[in-house]
Design a protein around this ligand. Sequence first.
Ligand SMILES: [Zn+2]
Length: 251
Amino acid sequence: MNVRAVPCLSDNYAYVLVQDGHAVVVDPSEAAPVLAALEGLTLDAIWLTHHHWDHVGGIEALLARGAVPVVGSRHDLAEQRIHGQTVAVGQGDTVRFGALEGRVHDIPGHTLGAIAYEIGGALFTGDTLFAGGCGRVFEGTMPTMRASIDRLAALDPALRVWCGHEYTVKNLEFAQALAPEPAVAARLDAARALRARGEPTVGHPLADERATNPFVRWGAPAVQAAAARLGADPTDPDAVFGALRAAKDRW
Ligand SMILES: [Zn+2]
């Protein structure tokens, strides 16, 4: 399986999974760039990580090429908030693309219906786990979001992470300001170099998040010390996580 990152809107990514002339689209933010990426391919399905407009805006135009299953979370189907959703999935459910079998992870927090797809060595995390950071907590609580980040961070470190936005440089600048560490600085340099060449920073190993993402590393002494400076009890993981997220919201 090949993954193509399709830049959409100002900083979104849609993804086109390609195998043997067939495709699955993850989070079609808008129609035009995704339709262009699908040229010559047979679309098998559309998979959504959550209901936000900048992840689902292209669905209608894709369905105009021919009806395909539109997969999203059980929560979002119950709420009827993804136009055209036909399939509801949740924790541990399988999704299929050709001969590949993948699985779904419930990751509430950014939204209550947020899910991730793990398939063919790739992990599609939507707006929950970003490269070097995490999404805003709109619908869940800080403990819910922390649990979701932990669930993703515990998966195979070799998985390639494909997230919903190109926020990597800003996230790592925040991480570096929070708790300067050589691994964070090196990753920030690498991300800046990729962006200077106009290349995406995503599709990196999950191991990078364990090494440099403060929202994954809430247990690291340097991150706990930073949280203490922000007024959080460093021995309380949810307090540390919440203080980091609140600081990032203001940053
Ligand atoms: Zn979102």
